[in-house]
Design a protein around this ligand. Structure first.
Ligand SMILES: C[S@@+](CC[C@H](N)C(=O)[O-])C[C@H]1O[C@@H](n2cnc3c(N)ncnc32)[C@H](O)[C@@H]1O
Length: 284
């Protein structure tokens, strides 16, 4: 069988299962099997596939038919300016999360060197992108999942920022190290009972620990804000990703913990998704 026929058959299978990006997914999986760029695959559609490659391709298509996300099947995802290695133990980096990077680069454009902390590093997409952008920033990262710490370390080595990064496997509740100019976090914020309404790709495959925000969706956000209010310096910043309907509640939790809200940044769909705040008072 040639590449063209294999891709066409896969496209029809995926399309029949209502997978939206059926052709793109088929081409991406073929490019994973042949270890070649997609553009090269498209230019060589008549090439014959050997049996081993065809079997591997069909295996990947069958996993995709079961809604396994493409990023887990190919083991990587592009975010900001870099490619991050991932597996199904870490959240797939989302484009909306780039809002955090944009806010950090904006608020710290004149700062040469700061100490910052990320709560819940996952693949490392946020903290490592910031370390790449700001050559003298020093980062610490915490995550409850040992698999996240492992992947984040790997990505840090690949991006060559490991000398400015320290990682800790810990529940944020038990983390008490250091004082920071800036804390960032994209915490789990989906309401427990809404998890089952997520796309099958997400619900069946992405780690619950990265998604589950408790009964009201705010339990991890509360934890992050409370702990940040102890770990951030006076006049230091906390930048958080939130769900589109959490702005009002999160602003209140921030205010109750001594933070002033500087800005609420919106995504391309005009939803409030990122809150920038400054610590202005400590508890007496
Ligand atoms: C929504 S994911 C974000 C991952 C990554 N920063 C990103 O934006 O793609 C949340 C991360 O927080 C971690 N996490 C959840 N609860 C935690 C806790 N109590 N303490 C530390 N990390 C936690 C999860 O393991 C997960 O990696």
């Amino acid at each position: 069988m040639n590449i063209d026929t294999a891709i066409r058959n896969a496209f029809l299978d995926l399309k029949n299962k209502n997978i939206k990006s059926a052709l793109l997914d088929s081409e991406i999986l073929m490019s994973k099997v042949l270890n070649q760029d997609r553009s090269k695959i498209i230019l060589n559609l008549e090439r014959k596939l050997d049996n081993k490659d065809y079997k591997l391709f069909r295996k990947l298509i069958i996993s995709r038919l079961k809604n396994k996300p493409i990023a887990y099947l190919i083991g990587k995802k592009f975010f900001w300016k870099y490619e991050f290695e991932i597996n199904n133990k870490v959240l797939i980096p989302r484009p909306d999360t780039e809002l955090i990077i944009e806010q950090v680069l904006d608020y710290y454009k004149d700062k040469h060197k700061i100490n910052f902390l990320e709560i819940g590093v996952g693949s490392g997409c946020i903290i490592l992108s910031i370390l790449k952008e700001k050559k003298y920033f020093l980062g610490k990262g915490v995550d409850l999942s040992k698999d996240s710490i492992k992947i984040c370390k790997k990505n840090a080595n690949k991006l060559n920022v490991n000398n400015r990064l320290k990682l800790f496997k810990s529940d944020i509740d038990n983390f008490n190290l250091g004082k920071y100019d800036l804390i960032i976090s994209n915490p789990p914020y989906i309401k427990k009972f809404d998890l089952k309404n997520l796309d099958k790709d997400v619900y069946n495959y992405e780690p619950r620990l990265a998604l589950d925000g408790g009964l009201d969706g705010l339990s991890e956000i509360r934890k992050v804000i409370r702990k940040s209010s102890e770990l951030v310096k006076l006049n230091g910043k906390l930048i958080l990703e939130i769900a589109h309907d959490q702005k009002k509640m999160v602003k209140k939790i921030l205010n109750d913990n001594g933070f002033y809200v500087n800005k609420v940044a919106k995504d391309l769909g005009n939803n409030s998704r990122c809150i920038v705040s400054t610590k202005i008072k400590f508890k007496k």
